[in-house]
Design a protein around this ligand. Structure first.
Ligand code: MG
Length: 372
C-alpha cells in the first residue's frame, strides 16, 4: 500500500530494542508519545485563547489531535506511512512553553539576555531524548530516527554549520514527505480553527471575516444560496468546513503532481525526495495565496488585537520575572533542577523548567514566588 517514496522502515533507535510482536516501530513511537507526560500537559497549554474566553476552544492538545486527524487523511491519499505521520503530528507541538506564542517569544527574549535562545523544536527533541523518564534501560523515549528527524525538520531548515550537534539528522537533505506534511497540515488546521474560535470569542465579526477573507466570502455565497434561513453560526460552520476541505483536497492534488514531476519519468523513491532541492508538500499557487490572505487577516485582526494584549503582557511578565528570580536565587529551584544546574548552564536549566510548565502551573509558581 505504501508508495515508493514513503518511509517503509525505520533507520533504527539510539538504543536498539527487539521488535514488538504486533506493533511496528512507528506505532510504538506514537504510543510512547501519547503515554508521555509532556503530551498530557498539552491539555493545559494555551494555543491562542486562554480559558478566560471559553472551555470549548482549542488548546495545544485538541489542536494536536486536529493536526493528526487531517494529516492521516492526507497521508493515506498520498500513499505515505500513516503510522509515522500520526506519531509526527502528535509530537509536533510538544516543545511549546505555556502561554502560546507569547510564551515562546518571552522565553526566547529572556534567554537571549543571558546569551542563549529558545527554539521549541530543539526543546521538543530534549524532551523525547532526555526529560521523559519512563524506561529503566535509557533516558527519554528512545524514538526512531525518523520521528526525531521530523521533530527537528518538520517546520524549518537548520544550517548544519550553525547546529553541528544536529548533524546526525541529515540537515543538508529534505525530510521525508511524512515530516513535510505536518507543517502544511498545521497551517491549515490553525487557520480554520482560529477563525472559528475568534468568531466564537466575539473578537472577529462575521462581516469583518467576509470582507477580509475572500475565500470565506466566496463559500458564503454558496452556503447562503443553499441555506438562506440557517442561523449565522451554522452558515459560518458550513463555510469553515468548505475552506478546510478545499485546502486539504488542493494539498493532496498539488503534492501528487509535484511528486510526479520530481521523479524524472519514474515514480520517485524516498532517496529522490531527500535529494530534491525543495520540499514537495505544498498547496497550489492559488490556494497558497488564499491561505496567505487568511493568515495575514488573522495576524492583523486576531493574534495582535488589543483584547488579547493584556494576557500577552501578563505572559511576558510572569515568564521574565520567574526566570530572573531563579537566576538570582537558584536555591529556590526544585532539587532535581538544582542538580542539573551543576552540569548545565543555569539559564538553560531554568528555561527547560519553565518550558515544561502548563499555564495553571506557571500561574501557581508565580503566585508562590512573586505574589504580593
Ligand atoms: Mg501546531
Amino acid at each position: 500500500m505504501l508508495a515508493p517514496y514513503a518511509v517503509e522502515h525505520s533507520l533504527g533507535r539510539r538504543f536498539p530494542e527487539p521488535q514488538h510482536p504486533y506493533r511496528n516501530d512507528f506505532q510504538r513511537d506514537r504510543d510512547r508519545v501519547i503515554h508521555s507526560r509532556a503530551f498530557r500537559r498539552l491539555e493545559a497549554k494555551t494555543q491562542v485563547f486562554t480559558r478566560r474566553y471559553s472551555d470549548h476552544f482549542r488548546n495545544r492538545l485538541t489542536h494536536t489531535l486536529e493536526v493528526a486527524q487531517i494529516s492521516r487523511t492526507i497521508a493515506a491519499q498520498l500513499g505515505l506511512n500513516v503510522d509515522l505521520v500520526e506519531a509526527l503530528a502528535l509530537v509536533h507541538d510538544i516543545g511549546h512553553p505555556p502561554f502560546g506564542h507569547a510564551g515562546g517569544r518571552a522565553l526566547d527574549a529572556v534567554m537571549r539576555q543571558h546569551g542563549f535562545f529558545f527554539d521549541h523544536n530543539l526543546h521538543a527533541l530534549r524532551i523525547v531524548e532526555d526529560f521523559e523518564l519512563r524506561y529503566a534501560a535509557f533516558r527519554g523515549l528512545n524514538l526512531s530516527f525518523e520521528v526525531r528527524e521530523g521533530i527537528i525538520k518538520h517546520s524549518r531548515d537548520y544550517d548544519p554549520a550553525e547546529y553541528p550537534e544536529l548533524s546526525e539528522y541529515l540537515l543538508e537533505s529534505r525530510p521525508p514527505l511524512e515530516a513535510q506534511l505536518i507543517d502544511a497540515t498545521d497551517e491549515l488546521a490553525y487557520n480554520t480553527a482560529d477563525l472559528d474560535d475568534g468568531y466564537e470569542a466575539h473578537l472577529l465579526a462575521f462581516d469583518q471575516i467576509q470582507e477580509g477573507v475572500p475565500l470565506f466570502a466566496g463559500f458564503l455565497n454558496e452556503v447562503q444560496r443553499l441555506y438562506p434561513d440557517a442561523p449565522e453560526k451554522l452558515q459560518f460552520n458550513e463555510v469553515i468546513r468548505r475552506m478546510l476541505d478545499r485546502w486539504v483536497g488542493d494539498l493532496i492534488q498539488n503534492t501528487k503532481q509535484r511528486i510526479g514531476k520530481a521523479g524524472e519519468g519514474a515514480r520517485p523513491t524516498l532517496e529522490d525526495i531527500r535529494a530534491y532541492p525543495q520540499r514537495l508538500v505544498s498547496l497550489s499557487p492559488e490556494s497558497e495565496a488564499a491561505r496567505r490572505e487568511t493568515k495575514d487577516f488573522l495576524h492583523k485582526n486576531l493574534y495582535f488585537c488589543s483584547a488579547l494584549q493584556p494576557e500577552k503582557e501578563a505572559a511576558e511578565r510572569i515568564i521574565t520575572d520567574l526566570f530572573e528570580l531563579w537566576m538570582q536565587h537558584p536555591g529556590k529551584l526544585p532539587e532535581s533542577y538544582r542538580e542539573k544546574a551543576e552540569d548545565e548552564p543555569l539559564a538553560r536549566v531554568i528555561c527547560d523548567y519553565i518550558a515544561g510548565m502548563t499555564d495553571p502551573y506557571i500561574y501557581e509558581r508565580y503566585d508562590k514566588f512573586c505574589g504580593s
